[in-house]
Ligand binder design. Structure first.
Ligand code: FAD
Length: 226
């Protein structure tokens, strides 16, 4: 059991060998195992608070090795395969290794002007009360709560949309601000976030997607269908 950076608690994961490369379903047995094992550490696990459970596939390599190298039959293509656990922990080192391979191959030098950090999205919750009041006076969008489960303001969503590589879908907004991640799973904030995408980007409502591609959310207005 571990806390997330956002203060939620996560239980798990399990690790089960399967052959199906598309199988990302959770199972009753898997959840029961977690409840049983988690329950050994925490009395009365509050499982009713769980909003949703996920399963992911680990990119398994028989020898449990990461394969990080330029492919012989595809020069210039650097393979990063078999990145199973602890792939997340290793990713900064993997990034440096790949950069090193490319630097050697292409004779690249570090760019002294590279700015490696980026400005995060301002979360009014992290400000003092006085600073938050000042911010809302200056930019009233930070006083307009769009996602009431996660208390995400319109100001944060505007920032998510208008920053470089800005959000273009509901999931784009969700991943940048957490709007839609809470108890109601975007039931209340979806139409409001769609309104903002429509207004800010001039996107027709019918073109707004949950997560790009064909995941369109509406087909038209009621009157069109009568
Ligand atoms: C349940 C579970 C628990 C884990 N726990 C840990 C842990 O505790 N510690 C740890 O270090 N590691 C852990 N890992 C492993 C870690 O998550 C992976 O090693 C890491 O995420 C691999 O990173 P990656 O960038 O190689 O691949 P991924 O994170 O899988 O990223 C690949 C991305 O490519 C996208 N993609 C796929 N196909 C396409 C396409 N055709 N076009 C565009 N995009 C595409 C995918 O959507 C995905 O976002 C865990 C993994 C799982 C499944």
């Amino acid at each position: 059991m571990s806390p997330t950076v956002h203060g939620n608690l996560i239980v798990g994961p399990t690790a089960i060998d399967i052959e199906d490369r598309e199988a990302t379903a959770t199972t009753r047995e898997g959840l029961d195992e977690l409840i049983g094992k988690g329950g050994m550490n925490v009395k009365d696990l509050p499982m009713r608070q769980v909003i949703t459970s996920f399963a992911g596939l680990r990119a398994h390599e028989e020898g449990h090795e990461f394969i990080i190298k330029e492919l012989e039959d595809a020069p210039g293509f650097i393979d990063c395969a078999g990145i199973e656990s602890p792939g997340l922990t290793s990713c900064p080192a993997i990034g440096k290794m790949v950069a090193g391979i490319l630097a050697d191959k292409m004779g690249l030098e570090p760019n002294p002007d590279f700015e490696g950090t980026r400005k995060g999205i301002l979360d009014p919750d992290e400000l003092s009360k006085e600073d938050r009041i000042r911010l809302i006076k200056e930019k009233p969008a930070y006083g307009n709560i769009i996602c009431r489960c996660e208390m995400v303001t319109e100001g944060e969503i505007l920032d998510a949309i208008h920053r470089p590589l800005g959000a273009r879908s509901l999931d784009g907004i969700k991943r940048r601000t957490r709007a839609g991640m809470g108890r109601c799973q975007a039931g209340f904030c979806s139409p409001r976030s769609m309104d903002i995408l429509h207004r800010e980007l001039g996107l027709p409502m019918e073109e707004i997607t949950k997560t790009g591609g064909k995941s369109k959310l509406v087909v038209g207005t009621n009157k069109d269908r009568i």
